[in-house]
Design a binder for this molecule. Structure first.
Ligand code: FE
Length: 488
C-alpha cells in the first residue's frame, strides 16, 4: 500500500488509526456516576486509505464512530467505520478512488456518480435509530450496540433532497426533528430546504428555497417559534470545482445574512437580517425574549479553514472563534442584527442541556483555549480546557485537561429527567499527545474546577472527532424492543 503523505494532517497525533475494535471493561479511576447508564457516541474522520491528493483536508476522512457503553459502573468501548458507498468502493479497490474534499471532478472515473459522503461529522439519535451524519449526504443508520452499518436513512423514502445537516435540532417540547439541507438541486446550487419531522420518523414538511448566494450552512438554530438560517460567505463555485479547485472559498465581499422565519411559516417569507462577513461553525443555543431572537454562536471574522476567494490560504491559528450573541430585533425596522461577545477566550464545540434547546437557558458547555494555561506545543491551536458559562452572571468556570493534552467536544448528560438545568455530567475525550492514547473524562457539570469524578482510560490513540451524543439506557431499551430481528 502507498503511504500516507508526510503532512501534519496525517502525521503524529493526526496519523490515521484505521483500527476497528472492541475493548471490553475499560480501566478507570474514580467513580462512574450511577446516572450514567447508556451510551456515549462520537463521530469523526479517519481516512481508510492515503488520499489521492497529498494536500487533502483532514476533514475528508471516512466516517469513524466510537461508542462508550456505560452499564452499572462498567464501560465498554467499540469503534467502527461507517460503511458508506465510498468506503465500500475503496475497500474493494484497496485504494482511494474519491478525490478532493467535496469535489467529484477529482475522482477516479470508475466511481462517477457514486455517493461520496463520508458520514463523518456527528452522531444523532432519532426515531429509535443511531445515525451518522454529514451535510453532503443522507444519514447512515448504525446498530446501537455493534456500530454495524445498517443502511442510509431517508425518512422511509419521503425525503427528496440528497443531503441532511449534521446539526439537526430536537425540540424538547414537541420531540420534532427540525433540520435542513443545502445544495439540494446539485453541486454549488444556491438553494436549501427547511424540514420538520415527527419524533417517530414521519416527514411533515420539506420546503426548498433559494439562497442569496451558494453558501455552506454547517449549523442553524431554533427557538420556540422561529428557525434561523445563518447564511455566511463560505461560497461554492461549479466552474472552480470542474477545474479541480476547491468546493469552498471565503468571500468577505458578501454579507452575513441571518434568515429568520416562523417555524410554521412559509419559506417565501424568510426575512434576512444583514451583518458584516462572519464565519460560525456551531450554535450554542437560541431563544426569544421581548420580540427579539438571541442567537448564541461561535464567531470568527473569517473562515480560515478554507482558502480566501483570491486563492490565498487561511490561517486558522490566527482566526479564533469566540462565543458571541447575535440579536435580531424582529419588531424593529432595521434590517441588521447586533453582535456582542459573551466570553473573552476562544471557544467552540458547544453543548447545552437538551431540555433547553430553543428556550431561554442558563448554562452552556464548551471547549476553551485558555492562554493562561500551558499550550500544547504539538497541537498549538487546540483547546486545553472544558468550560461552563453561566449566562445569568456571565461567569465561566473551566477545567484544564493537562499539559500536551487536547480536549474534544464536551457533551452534557442530565443527571435525571427531573434534575435542574445543568445538573449532570460532561463527557469529553482528552487526547494525551505524549502518551499516544486518550482518556474519557467525566466531570460534574456544575463543579468543573474540582476535576473529573472519573477518568476512563483508553489503551489507544483517539482520533480527533467532531460531534457526539448521549443516549440513556431507557431509550436504548425502547429501541431494542421495537427493532427488527437483526437488531436484537
Ligand atoms: Fe459541526
Amino acid at each position: 500500500m502507498a503511504q500516507f503523505p508526510n503532512h501534519p494532517m496525517f502525521r503524529g497525533f493526526n496519523r490515521p488509526l484505521r483500527i476497528e475494535c472492541e475493548v471490553f471493561e475499560l480501566e478507570y479511576e474514580g467513580r462512574i456516576p450511577e446516572a450514567l447508564n447508556g451510551a456515549f457516541y462520537r463521530c469523526g474522520p479517519d481516512p481508510q486509505f492515503p488520499p489521492r491528493d497529498p494536500n487533502d483536508l483532514g476533514i475528508n476522512g471516512d466516517g469513524y464512530v466510537s461508542s462508550f457503553r456505560f452499564q452499572n459502573g462498567h464501560v465498554d468501548f467499540c469503534q467502527r467505520y461507517v460503511r458508506t458507498d465510498k468506503f465500500n468502493e475503496e475497500r474493494k479497490a484497496r485504494r482511494a478512488l474519491f478525490g478532493a474534499y467535496r469535489n467529484p471532478f477529482t475522482d477516479d472515473p470508475s466511481v462517477a456518480g457514486v455517493d461520496r459522503t463520508t458520514a463523518n461529522t456527528s452522531t444523532i439519535w432519532y426515531d429509535g435509530r443511531l445515525l451518522a451524519c454529514k451535510e453532503d449526504g443522507l444519514p447512515h443508520e448504525l446498530h446501537p450496540e455493534t456500530l454495524q452499518t445498517l443502511g442510509k436513512f431517508n425518512f422511509g423514502g419521503g425525503l427528496r433532497m440528497p443531503a441532511v445537516t449534521a446539526h439537526p435540532k430536537v425540540d424538547p417540547y414537541t420531540g420534532e426533528l427540525v433540520f435542513y439541507g443545502y445544495e439540494c438541486s446539485g453541486l454549488a446550487a444556491a438553494d436549501a430546504a427547511y424540514c420538520v419531522a415527527t419524533a417517530d420518523g414521519r416527514l411533515l414538511r420539506e420546503d426548498w428555497f433559494a439562497l442569496p448566494y451558494p453558501a455552506m450552512i454547517h449549523d442553524f438554530a431554533i427557538t420556540r417559534n422561529y428557525v434561523i438560517f445563518p447564511i455566511m460567505p463560505t461560497t461554492s463555485n461549479l466552474e472552480r470545482m470542474k477545474a479541480g479547485g476547491d468546493h469552498w472559498r471565503w468571500d468577505p465581499s458578501l454579507p452575513t445574512l441571518l434568515g429568520v422565519m416562523p417555524r410554521d411559516g412559509k419559506v417565501e417569507d424568510i426575512r434576512y437580517l444583514r451583518g458584516p462577513a462572519r464565519w460560525s461553525f456551531h450554535t450554542m443555543n437560541a431563544f426569544e425574549e421581548s420580540g427579539k431572537i438571541l442567537l448564541d454562536t461561535t464567531v470568527a471574522v473569517a473562515n480560515a479553514f478554507f482558502k480566501h476567494i483570491d486563492g490565498t490560504p487561511g490561517n486558522p491559528a490566527a482566526t479564533p472563534f469566540y462565543l458571541t450573541r447575535w440579536t435580531c430585533d424582529l419588531q424593529g425596522k432595521a434590517d441588521g442584527f447586533s453582535e456582542t461577545r459573551l466570553y473573552a477566550l476562544p471557544s467552540d464545540f458547544y453543548s447545552v442541556d437538551p431540555r433547553y434547546v430553543g428556550r431561554r437557558y442558563r448554562y452552556g458547555f464548551m471547549a476553551v483555549k485558555e492562554p493562561a494555561q500551558p499550550q500544547s506545543t504539538l497541537a498549538p491551536s487546540s483547546f486545553n480546557c472544558v468550560g461552563r458559562i453561566d449566562h445569568h452572571t456571565g461567569d465561566v468556570e473551566t477545567f484544564f485537561v493537562g499539559e500536551e493534552a487536547v480536549v474534544q467536544e464536551p457533551v452534557f448528560v442530565p443527571a435525571g429527567p427531573k434534575s435542574a438545568e445543568g445538573a449532570g455530567y460532561l463527557l469529553a475525550v482528552v487526547n494525551r499527545l505524549l502518551e499516544n492514547r486518550g482518556d474519557l473524562i467525566i466531570l460534574d457539570a456544575m463543579k468543573l474546577a474540582a476535576g473529573p469524578v472519573a477518568v476512563v482510560r483508553l489503551p489507544l490513540l483517539m482520533r480527533m472527532a467532531f460531534h457526539g451524543n448521549w443516549v440513556p439506557e431507557a431509550t436504548l431499551e425502547r429501541a431494542r424492543a421495537r427493532q427488527t430481528p437483526e437488531l436484537q
